[in-house]
Design a protein around this ligand. Structure first.
Ligand code: ATP
Length: 384
């Protein structure tokens, strides 16, 4: 039997606690800063993480992801601020006293111990009774589907299996929160995909709160209930994956999460349901929709994702925005074709089209004169 925590698993009715002002967070980070000498690794950061979340910290190298995770684990002390777990300040608490466990990228399994002894190691240090240790080890081996290999040593299993044993060992102590620092960094791409799905399944079954650090945006999108996108020790946006992609808060987030086209310009005419956005470089006017939370005069960019655009030989009067261009480069990716189109601005436009038919899909070649189009509702105005 799995030891299910009381935490609601993400996917249930209570799966969006961040939208409920009354919901009680598991972790509350309050105005936390971390200085190394003059250097600010984390600057005045506040964040709530809820029970049962699979929370991802995403950002470029050096943005402070690991520093934040290490402060949650207790390996680093904040220079200022508080970190509460179930309302209790964790900052004065040493790592081993926190109901938190950390799984590192280098799994650091003991080579001379069997897999079951590796899982039992931390439980013995907790001085649990032998019967309790045995049943937890068995439960964890079942959880990661490694029961039949229990007597092997780490060098007798694959990299993916070692990762699963490391996970089992981290979860055996039944932490309230598991911290994972690039846990799939050592796995190849295919195994990484499989492991992501396994990790989601295990997290869902246990209901334990997971916080993962990754610089792989696809990985964060796959596993996470919410993603915190960081830059220079600050949070740029904290939102479910779909929101970071479809309604990024800024140009930085739009460009960090997936590919995109950002046009610079300003709103030159504004009605209640439609706007004219005039491109700075060419003076061409495009149709856009008002963006909630952004006053028309503040809009500086129009963000359009490549798959929301189409390339065509002819222009049809269907209310789309059209830019005249010439195909500069084509990348055929099998399922998709990516077109880099010179539209006479100071940037190439990236368009992605699905090859939904084996031979029927219309394809284009370098130097073809084309129209690039998108519907006004598929563009998003940004003010920063
Ligand atoms: P990566 O993806 O490369 O691991 P990260 O986002 O996890 O990066 P951190 O390891 O948190 O980044 O580091 C944040 C910043 O703090 C970096 O600029 C790093 O050089 C700096 N830093 C981290 N630890 C120390 C330290 N002990 N002393 C001084 N500077 C440090």
């Amino acid at each position: 039997m799995l030891a299910l925590s009381e935490a609601p698993a993400v996917g249930s009715e209570t799966s969006t606690p961040w939208t409920n002002a009354q919901a009680t967070p598991l972790v509350e980070i309050r105005s936390v800063s971390k200085q190394y000498g003059d250097f600010t690794a984390i600057g005045d950061l506040s964040l709530k993480i809820y029970p049962g979340e699979f929370f991802a910290l995403l950002g470029p190298s050096g943005c402070g992801k690991s520093t934040l995770l290490r402060m949650l684990a207790g390996f680093e002390t904040p220079t200022a601020g508080e970190i509460l777990l179930n309302g209790e300040d964790m900052v004065p608490m040493p790592p081993e006293k926190r109901p938190v466990n950390m799984m590192f990228q280098s799994y650091a399994l003991f080579p001379h111990l069997t897999l079951e002894q590796n899982i039992a190691f931390g439980l013995k240090r907790m001085k649990l009774p032998k019967g309790e240790i045995d049943s937890r080890v068995e439960e964890m081996l079942q959880l990661v589907q490694m029961t039949t290999q229990a007597k092997r040593k780490p060098h007798q299993i694959s990299g993916g299996q070692r990762q699963r044993i490391a996970l089992a060992r981290s979860l055996a102590r039944r932490p309230k929160m598991l911290l994972l620092d690039e846990p799939m960094g050592a796995l190849d791409k295919k195994l990484r995909r499989e492991t992501q799905l396994e990790l989601m399944d295990i997290q869902h079954r246990l209901g334990t709160t997971f916080v993962i650090v990754t610089h792989d945006q696809e990985e964060a999108m796959t596993v996470a209930s919410r993603i915190a996108i960081m830059d220079h020790g600050k949070l740029m946006q904290v939102a479910p994956p779909i929101d970071t992609y479809e309604t990024p808060a800024s140009r930085y987030v739009a460009e960090f999460v997936g590919d995109t086209n950002i046009f610079t310009g300003s709103v030159t005419a504004a009605g209640s349901s439609a706007l004219d956005f005039t491109l700075e470089v060419s003076g061409q006017s495009l149709n856009a929709l008002p963006q909630p939370g952004i006053a028309a005069p503040d809009a500086r960019y129009l963000n359009v994702r490549p798959e929301k655009m189409a390339v065509s030989k002819d222009r049809v009067d269907d209310g789309s925005n059209y830019l005249r261009g010439r195909i500069d480069e084509v990348a055929y990716l099998g399922n998709l074709s990516t077109y880099y189109v010179d539209v006479g601005l100071d940037q190439r436009v990236l368009v992605q089209m699905t090859n939904s038919q084996r031979f029927g899909s219309e394809r284009f070649a370098e130097d073809d004169n084309v129209w690039v189009s998108w519907y006004p509702q598929d563009g998003q105005l940004l003010d920063r």
